[in-house]
Ligand binder design. Structure first.
Ligand code: IMP
Length: 423
């Protein structure tokens, strides 16, 4: 069987957690392939809200295996907190959670380095979640990192010490005020490492290869969004991994020819958290309203998300880079009540009208050009099937489908599992 992908197409926070949870019943294995605890995947069902950071969103289903792939970076401390929370909800995670030996570990000093790096950047800071993501991927590509499989080595603690000592020298080099008590941080780190070691470590590329051979269905769950991709995002205001389709190949060891459907998920409008350019950002009461109705606060950091109209130029770019075969539109319900909606269909770039994402989308070079469409008044949150959706909503979806040349097969009209309509 092929591996299907679920990818965020904007700047993250599209609602991947909810959709993986909805789709899980169709898959035997859910696998995360990049990112780490910078992600916050929110799931709501039975009146309860759960936020996962590193653990795949299939963990609440009895029959699915959840794999943390080699491309993921794991902070044992945050991972333990996630496990403790699952235990509180009586989720028997041990039998259905597998960890790749090749996944890299986030050390306490990676988090400190992240803080020092951001502090040293002043106004140019990335707006990182400060979870140590950048420094951990730097150690991975710099060939200094420590991996989950290293925990099985006799000299693991010496390896840890060597790297942590080096990090401390680097923190001092930044010459910024980062206060820390490493002994205290290490105490909780060692406890968390013991918890991690109780889980099953595997050679995950071999596991997936055999699973495919045996006809198992697999969904690769992306984190963050395409516009935060280290290569294709709005660099340098991006995360440090490949969030796009290619990341699933390197982050799981799956060959391109074994990729099946690529589900692309986007919000009916746009949000961004952290710094960086955002052409359709709204600074008025319309943006405020989207943020309020859409409850646009980060699931990981609690930060207020910036809001704006849908940017079809950027979305089309993400559809192309990922080879999206089906689209899923989230939060249509948040746009209820607007007389007209705006959709950015082109940019004015250095005086010319263009319809592709250029190298630089900083506001001094670029202005969005909007197409206006009619809004809808109805509250969508109680609607259960496609036939009850208002005409103006369907017109909006049809317009987007045509522009993106890709079918929108699912629309979500609220945070709960049940508020999901297949078209
Ligand atoms: P980092 O990956 O924590 O270093 O953050 C880099 C940039 O990506 C910052 O602008 C973050 O706000 C953003 N970012 C990282 N992870 C997420 C996410 O899961 N959702 C939305 N934005 C994210």
């Amino acid at each position: 069987m092929a591996v299907d992908l679920l990818l965020g197409l904007q700047w993250g926070d599209e609602g991947k957690g909810k959709i993986v949870d909805v789709l899980t019943s169709k898959y035997d294995i859910i696998a995360r392939f990049q990112g780490g605890p910078n992600a916050g995947h929110t799931l709501e069902f039975d009146g309860q809200k759960h936020v996962l950071h590193t653990i795949p969103s299939g963990i609440f289903h009895d029959d699915s295996i959840n794999l943390v792939g080699n491309g993921v970076v794991i902070d044992p401390v945050i991972f333990k907190r996630e496990l403790d929370n699952l235990a509180k909800h009586n989720v028997d995670y041990k039998s259905k959670l597998l960890i790749s030996r090749k996944a890299h570990l986030i050390l306490p000093t990676h988090r400190l380095l992240d803080a020092a790096s951001e502090a040293s950047k002043g106004k140019a800071k990335i707006g990182s979640t400060l979870k140590g993501i950048g420094p951990t991927y730097m150690d991975k590509t710099g060939r200094n990192g420590l991996r989950v499989g290293d925990l099985e080595l006799e000299d693991w603690k010496e390896r840890y010490r060597t790297l942590a000592d080096k990090h401390e020298k680097m923190i001092a080099f930044y010459d910024v005020d980062v206060q820390y008590d490493l002994a205290e941080l290490e105490k909780e780190f060692w406890t968390a490492i013991e918890t991690l070691k109780e889980l099953t470590f595997i050679d995950s590329e071999e596991y997936l290869h055999q699973a495919m051979k045996n006809g198992k269905t697999i969904l690769a769950e992306g984190a963050q969004g395409s516009l935060l991709d280290i290569d294709f995002g709005t660099y340098p205001f991006v995360t440090s991994s490949n969030t796009t389709a290619a990341g699933a190949c390197t982050g799981l060891g799956v060959a391109p020819r074994n990729i099946g459907d690529a589900f692309g998920i986007f919000k009916a409008y746009t949000t961004r958290v952290g710094s960086g350019p955002f052409p359709t950002e709204l600074f008025d009461e319309v943006g405020e309203r989207m943020g309020k109705v859409g409850n646009e606060f980060g699931a990981t950091t609690g930060r207020k998300r910036r809001c704006g109209w849908l940017d079809l130029v950027a979305l089309k770019y993400a559809v192309q880079v990922n080879g999206i075969t089906q689209l899923i539109m989230m939060k249509g319900d948040v746009l209820s009540g607007f007389d007209t909606l705006k959709v950015c269909t082109a940019y004015k770039y250095k005086g010319d009208e263009i319809t592709h994402l250029p190298f630089n989308i900083e506001p001094e070079n670029l202005e969005p050009i909007y197409t206006e469409v009619k809004g809808w008044k109805e509250d969508l949150t109680k609607m259960k099937d496609a036939s009850s959706l208002p005409k103006e909503f369907n017109d909006y979806v049809d317009f987007l489908e045509k522009e993106l040349e890709t079918p929108i097969t699912i629309v979500s009209v609220g945070p709960d599992r049940k508020q999901t309509i297949t078209r």
